[in-house]
Design a protein around this ligand. Structure first.
Ligand code: PEP
Ligand code: MG
Length: 584
């Protein structure tokens, strides 16, 4: 057996070496079942399906309880969504219709409806909704397993240390993984935003997803090396490779151990300059996770997910509860909540927005909120009401000119006045700022700085608009880099403009969580940094090991550079000079 190296997407870091367990749950398509029934069997068949549905529902209840205990309410919500499918009026009744009208067997009726729904989701442009196809198929598998008398492989059967290899792992599979036995897992399907990826990170299980057809090269009982950082899997490695990776693993563990100590330390340079480190979140429950990772605040709560998880516009009350929850969890630490940033790659089916040629340049974010004023008023009411429960700051996404900002500010002022009239308790000092993610706004930062309370630089979009490179298009991904000299200049301009007016600047785009960029941001004097929780300790470590003076010098040097690769090389060298090279 010669070693084979295959690559997927690393979604949860860590190196693991171990024996393969090939997981094959009852795949509904492969089951040898009768497809058609006779008229006389219809009632029995429907009863069989109903029982399977009820049992599946009960089974999900148990798994949801398990998930709640292991992972928290928020992650359990992923499985709740599967229960919701079972109750959806266009889902289960379709199956009964298949039996009644087409004389399908229960299994075939399930397959037909599940595949129809799964394909519908797969065809959606939005990465988040695309991943829902996996949820539908999981519900289908569960129903089929019930119809077949609950046969099929169970993950709880695994009683020795293995690396789990599967076509796809459904969230309900993932929460049943026993960390004692499952060293890591690898799947054919999935991407960075799949629920499986999110859950694997929460569980701390290294994972590689999206291996595609290459996964067929892995067999049961093979020996596997899996690197969750690089997305590499080596099948049946030779002795020297095993030795190499065992050492790598030790070094990685040591580096991780060293890193841990930075989690709850303040981000302070060697010469005593302190920076505020916050986290980006998408759901209220993630706030808890942020605190556990050492976040000193929330720098960006993307409220879109609250809207995307619903079938109708969430009410003021529902929004209020979510915002209040985040503020309560954060116990007085600053929380920046962004108003709805829908459009671009994020859709809301119930708004039925028309397809656009260039959605990222289209009817998006603040443009939509100002146009659908009621939507903005409702959100601002919910936000201001929640402000009484902590330290809230509000920001508007994708501001491209002063007119937009002034209009949004006027709506805010009206809502605030109205609530005060109503006698509702609010924080009268809520700061209101804007995201700087459109180049026109960065260019006019000096003008904006006179009017806003703060800036938050969204490099994810700023990069795509400044360099004219679609952030979703892998083909031009090589151009997409926040270390581009033009981006560094714009960031500098924005921070300086805010400081001249006595205001502050934060950053919530990917650049803030990039340890390589950290010395530059120290040199620039970025006041608040917001990132995915997992990056906090790494960024704190970098800040703790540098002097602000040397970072300013480094910045001067970098500002003279003309090519992105030159900047990157210089920053990599700087990390090495400081002994900060984190990859083992
Ligand atoms: C950004 O554009 O940098 C940002 C943080 O917003 P989002 O990634 O949600 O577009
Ligand atoms: Mg953005």
């Amino acid at each position: 057996m010669s070693p084979i190296t295959i690559r997927g997407t690393g979604v949860s870091e860590g190196i693991r070496l171990g024996k393969v367990f090939l997981y094959k749950p009852a795949v509904h398509k492969d089951l040898p079942v009768r497809e058609m029934i006779s008229e006389a069997e219809v009632d029995d068949e429907i009863q069989r399906l109903q029982e399977a549905k009820n049992n599946s529902y009960q089974e999900l209840n148990q798994i949801i309880e398990q998930a709640r205990a292991k992972l928290g309410k928020d992650k359990a919500a992923i499985l709740k969504a599967q229960q919701a499918f079972l109750n959806d009026p266009s889902f289960y009744p379709e199956m009964e219709k298949g039996i009644r009208q087409h004389k399908y067997s229960a299994e075939k009726a399930v397959n037909e409806v599940v595949e129809k729904f799964a394909r519908l989701f797969e065809g959606m442009a939005d990465a988040y909704l695309k991943e829902r196809a996996a949820d539908v198929r999981d519900v289908g598998r569960r129903l089929i397993r019930q119809l077949q008398g609950n046969k099929g492989m169970q993950l709880s059967d695994i009683k020795q240390e293995v690396i789990l290899v599967a076509d796809d792992l459904a969230p309900s599979d993932t929460v049943q993984l026993n960390k004692k036995y499952i060293l890591a897992f690898a799947t054919r399907a999935g991407g960075k935003t799949s629920h499986t990826a999110i859950l694997s990170r929460s569980l701390g299980i290294p994972a590689v997803v999206g291996l595609g057809e290459n996964i067929n090269q892995i067999n049961n009982d093979d020996f596997l090396i899996l690197d969750g950082s690089t997305g590499t899997c080596i099948v049946n490695p030779d002795h020297s490779t095993i030795k190499e990776y065992e050492e790598k693993r030790k070094r990685e563990e040591e580096a991780l151990r060293l890193l841990e100590q930075f989690t709850f330390r303040p981000a302070m340079t060697m010469d005593g300059y302190r920076f505020e480190i916050a986290a980006n979140i998408g759901t209220p429950a993630e706030a808890k996770l942020a605190l556990e990772h050492g976040a000193e605040g929330i720098g960006l709560y993307r409220t879109e997910f609250l809207f995307m998880n619903e079938t109708t516009m969430p009410s003021e009350e529902k929004q209020f509860e979510a915002y209040k929850q985040v503020l309560s969890i954060m116990q007085g630490k600053p929380v920046i909540i962004r108003t709805l940033d829908i459009g671009g790659d994020k859709e809301l089916p119930y708004l039925s927005l028309p397809k656009e040629m260039n959605p990222f340049l289209g009817y998006r974010a603040i443009r939509l909120s100002l146009d659908q004023r009621e939507l903005l008023v409702t959100q601002l009411r919910a936000l201001l009401r929640a402000s009484a429960f902590g330290k809230l700051k509000i920001m508007f996404p994708m501001i491209s000119g002063l007119e937009e900002w002034r209009q949004a500010r006027a709506v805010f002022a009206e809502v605030k006045e109205q609530l005060t009239k109503e006698g509702v308790e609010i924080d009268p000092a809520v700061e209101v700022g804007i995201m700087v993610e459109v180049p026109s706004t960065a260019v006019l930062a000096d003008k904006f700085a006179k009017e806003v309370d703060f800036f938050s630089i969204g490099t994810n979009d700023l990069v795509q608009y400044t360099i004219a490179v679609d952030r979703m298009n892998e083909k031009v991904g090589y151009l997409y880099d926040h270390l581009h000299p033009a981006i560094i200049r714009l960031v500098k301009q924005v921070i300086e403009a805010s400081h001249r007016e006595g205001k502050w600047t934060g950053m919530c785009g990917g650049m803030a969580g990039d340890p390589l960029a950290a010395p530059l941001l120290v040199g620039l004097g970025l006041d608040e940094w917001s990132m995915v929780a997992g990056s906090i300790k790494k960024v704190k470590q970098v800040i703790s090991k540098v002097y602000r003076g040397e970072c300013e010098k480094l910045l001067e040097e970098v500002l003279e550079m003309t090519e992105t690769s030159e900047v990157r090389r210089r920053l990599e060298d700087f990390q090495k000079e400081k002994g900060l090279d984190q990859r083992p």
